[in-house]
Design a protein around this ligand. Structure first.
Ligand SMILES: C[S@@+](CC[C@H](N)C(=O)[O-])C[C@H]1O[C@@H](n2cnc3c(N)ncnc32)[C@H](O)[C@@H]1O
Length: 414
């Protein structure tokens, strides 16, 4: 299909908002064709994300039914903001904002501005008692959580075994905790679902096959997607390499999984071979990608950083695994290692205040369900860094759709 035809088709599809075929059979045929077309244009990553995160939609719809959100939003006079909705539902506003953002992204309600929401035609359908009953029926609270039981398979297995039980448990967990935003990684829907006192990462460590699935998924989770290396001026890394001792690592990937980002960096800058270091827990570095010229080191990031004065300390998708309090502890373990010209490179999603992507909100809720963690907005990142004496001096966005970005972070005094 030519670019011109594609643009024409997109315009026609957007017009569907203004009216669908009145002939039911024709509408059904169009619906079927659109679903198949959506699947047909999916990348392999889109496919695995669709399958892995689909159950979240039902879980969030159930929470909305429990909070009576569909009816409240349909019956309000014009848009309502998070504070008003928090007052009516008694849910904590931060938690409610995250739920409403997800609902907007999946067209259950509409966004009318930052933190402001209104009913859409779908909200009206979902406020119907019969439809609400259907949602309740599909996801009734379990009495005793039933234990359910190449890389795409690892992901689906990981989502199914580790995450899905937490998503099923989430509506009851939030009800039982009076709809407060979870902030304790050992007190989330995950513990309820898996009947464990352990935090999700600790639990995964007791299930080596689950942890292996997780590590493989981390290595491939953004397969074929742009990365920080597409936007960050990597000549800064080669320059820095010339200014520090040859025996010193230049770049450290803290919590770097099996070393996929380190390997990608050395591929672009082969002269850095042996000066790029991967740090992660022992069982993970044992499975580090071999033959990449990357030095792997077992390191627990809740303890003081072992390697002093490196030029760059890189953390990708690590801070989004933890609530603010834990992030502060983690960052404080790194700070004493920083030399005068060291910087932190924080590779994370920056969720926009309006129009968050579907995948962004999926991850946000998934982080909350299992880890009491959060995908942060620009303001939330700034607050977190400020609280430990750090600030963002540059931001390189490499995926505008999700807000995936590299933040250059330094001590405030620098
Ligand atoms: C969400 S994954 C991100 C992995 C990698 N940075 C990436 O972006 O693909 C979090 C990583 O933190 C590691 N991790 C968890 N707890 C850790 C700890 N206490 N010390 C060091 N690494 C840890 C996990 O093994 C995992 O590789």
């Amino acid at each position: 299909m030519s670019t011109e035809d594609t643009h024409r088709l997109i315009a026609q599809l957007k017009d569907l908002h203004y009216g669908t075929p009145s002939d039911t059979a024709l509408r059904n045929e169009l619906y079927d064709a659109l679903i198949r077309a959506t699947v047909a244009i999916e990348s392999p990553l889109d496919t695995v994300r669709r399958l892995s995160f689909a159950p979240l939609q039902l879980s969030i719809a159930k929470i909305a039914v429990d909070l009576n959100l569909f009816e409240i939003i349909v019956n309000q006079d014009g848009p309502a903001d998070v504070a008003e909705l928090a007052q009516v539902t008694k849910a904590e506003s931060l938690l409610l904002r995250r739920i409403l953002r997800y609902m907007t992204s999946f067209d259950m309600i509409a966004e009318s501005g930052p933190d402001s929401f209104k009913a859409s035609t779908k909200t009206k359908s979902l406020a119907t008692p019969g439809f609400q009953a259907a949602i309740k029926h599909q996801l009734s609270w379990p009495q005793r959580p039933a234990y359910l039981c190449d890389t795409m398979v690892n992901t689906i297995r990981f989502s199914f075994e580790a995450q899905l039980p937490a998503w099923v448990a989430m509506p009851k967990f939030l009800h039982d905790t009076n709809y407060q935003n979870p902030i304790d990684p050992r007190h989330t829907a995950f513990q309820q679902a898996h009947a464990t006192p352990l935090a999700a990462f600790e639990f995964a460590m007791t299930r080596p096959e689950l942890f292996a699935d997780f590590s493989k998924w981390m290595a491939l989770q953004r397969h074929d997607q742009p990365t920080w290396l597409d936007v960050f001026p990597i000549e800064r890394i080669s320059q820095a390499a010339k200014t520090i001792e040859l025996s010193q690592p230049v770049f450290i990937d803290v919590g770097g999984g099996v070393g996929h980002q380190c390997a990608a960096l050395v591929q672009r800058l082969p002269e850095l071979s042996c000066r790029v270091r991967l740090q992660d827990l022992q069982p993970v570095v044992e499975r580090a990608i071999p033959g990449t010229g990357v030095e792997a080191q077992a390191y627990d990031f809740w303890t003081p950083q072992l390697c002093l004065n490196a030029a760059f300390y890189y953390l990708r998708n690590v801070l989004h695994d933890y609530p603010d309090e834990r992030c502060r502890v983690l960052l404080e373990q790194q700070l004493p290692a920083l030399g005068a010209s060291s910087v932190l490179l924080i590779d994370e999603m920056i969720v926009p205040s309006v129009g968050a992507s579907r995948h962004g909100v999926e991850l946000d809720i998934a982080m909350m369900a299992s880890l009491a963690a959060i995908e942060r907005t620009e303001g939330q990142w700034a607050d977190l860094f400020r609280s430990v004496g750090l600030c963002v001096v540059e931001t390189f966005c490499y995926d505008p759709q999700t807000g995936q970005s590299l933040m250059v972070v330094v001590p405030q005094t620098q």
